[in-house]
Design a protein around this ligand. Structure first.
Ligand code: PMP
Length: 372
């Protein structure tokens, strides 16, 4: 592997820690150090490590075989659980990653509208071929993108008569855990509706922030929504869904149906783990508890003062220094590792089910020590 790495975000100097085990809220590195896991696998690990309900569902499914080559008994239940929760999702299709979900959603939008252009936002991240921070990536998918300013209502004017879709995170995750402002997101809804473009909410990270995703909190119904991360119970997962008339284009019984392939779209273990997680673990009450912990952490961190502050919503927290100085973030990260807390060096935190109030208070106290 180039640089010993196959996932860029995990590469931090002088070297990343190899994690060999996880249990509950804890992870162990290859040298035997133990850490409280505040990264939560960038939101995919919301259930923590080896949650008994998830492990039980995977074990039970495993017994009956995992490469069955047909519709299986779990995918309908997962689809129903998702449609029941996310207001905009009337029909849903599964894939294998958030990147793939966004590729399918924007491709669907372009096909149904007959238009080519996409509006996205500075700092947005929608997958390995959809990176819009710091001028974008040469590896981005070759769509005609217009990049607007996030949380700037004037960006709605970028939606034109030849715009196929606006792709937006209702809270920018990788871009610093920055909540989208209501007025900005409503302006995008209004502009897309007025000009015949589709609004796509990338809720790959944010769907965990309420039972119906951030769209429910905001009271905005996008035309399409993409999902990923924890929805597969911690296994590789992606999904895109939305308006009935749009998704119905994939109904194979229709003569002009769009095709959407994918060997592992209905992977047995993923479907089984996903159903168990959504229906048995991530209830509205549990989401509320996790969000409360995030609020508690943010409040404490923001009381620390100086040029340090925390952003986010509920159980997703971003750590910042004014000007987001990378050296300061790196020093804080190394200090926190020494104190036994793991999170992403860029200041990204996603809380998970086994984390307690005492864990959150311990994290905040360690940050206070680092700052002082
Ligand atoms: N959209 C958002 C908002 C994400 O945060 C991510 C992953 N960090 C993706 C899409 C891509 O998901 P995946 O890594 O599963 O391809």
């Amino acid at each position: 592997m180039p640089g010993g790495n196959t996932r860029t975000v995990l590469h931090v100097p002088p070297f990343p820690l190899t994690i060999v085990r996880g249990e509950g809220a804890h992870i162990w590195d290859a040298d035997g150090h133990v850490y409280l896991d505040f990264l939560g696998e960038y939101t995919a690990g919301v259930y923590g490590h080896s949650h008994p309900v998830i492990v039980g569902a995977i074990r039970a499914a495993l017994e009956d075989g995992i490469v069955l080559g047909g519709p299986n008994r779990y995918e309908l239940a997962l689809a129903e659980a998702i449609c029941d929760r996310i207001p905009s999702i009337e029909l849903v299709r599964f894939c294998n990653s958030g990147t793939e979900a966004n590729l399918m959603a924007v491709s669907l939008a372009r096909a149904v509208t007959g238009r080519s252009k996409l509006v996205v936002f500075e700092g947005g991240y929608h997958g390995g071929v959809f990176q819009f921070a710091h001028g974008g990536s040469p590896l981005n998918a070759p769509f005609p993108f217009t990049v607007g300013a996030y949380n700037d209502g004037a960006s709605a004017e970028l939606v034109e008569e030849d715009t196929a879709a606006v792709l937006v995170e209702p809270l920018q995750g990788s871009g610093g855990v920055i909540p989208g402002e209501r007025a900005f997101l409503h302006a995008l809804r209004d502009a897309t509706r007025a000009r015949g473009a589709l609004l796509i909410f990338d809720e790959v990270m944010t769907s965990r922030l309420s039972r119906g995703g951030l769209q429910e909190v905001l009271g905005i119904t996008p035309d399409l929504t993409t999902l990923g991360k924890y929805v597969g119970g911690g296994l590789a997962f992606g999904a895109f869904g939305g308006r009935h008339d749009l998704l119905a284009r994939f109904d194979p019984s229709q003569p002009d149906a769009y095709q959407h392939a994918g060997t592992f779209n209905n992977a047995v273990l993923t479907m089984a783990a996903g159903v168990a997680g959504l229906t048995q673990v991530l209830t509205a009450d549990e989401i509320g508890r996790l969000n409360g912990l995030g609020d508690r952490l943010r409040d404490r961190l923001n009381a620390a003062g100086g040029d340090f502050y925390a952003t986010g919503y509920g159980s997703m927290v971003g750590l910042h220094f004014e000007h987001d100085e990378p050296a300061q973030l790196a020093l804080l990260h190394l200090h926190m590792l020494e104190e036994g807390f793991s999170y992403a060096r860029r200041g990204f935190i996603a809380l998970s089910v086994p984390i307690t109030e005492a864990d959150v208070d311990g994290f905040a106290a360690a940050v206070e020590r680092a700052l002082s």
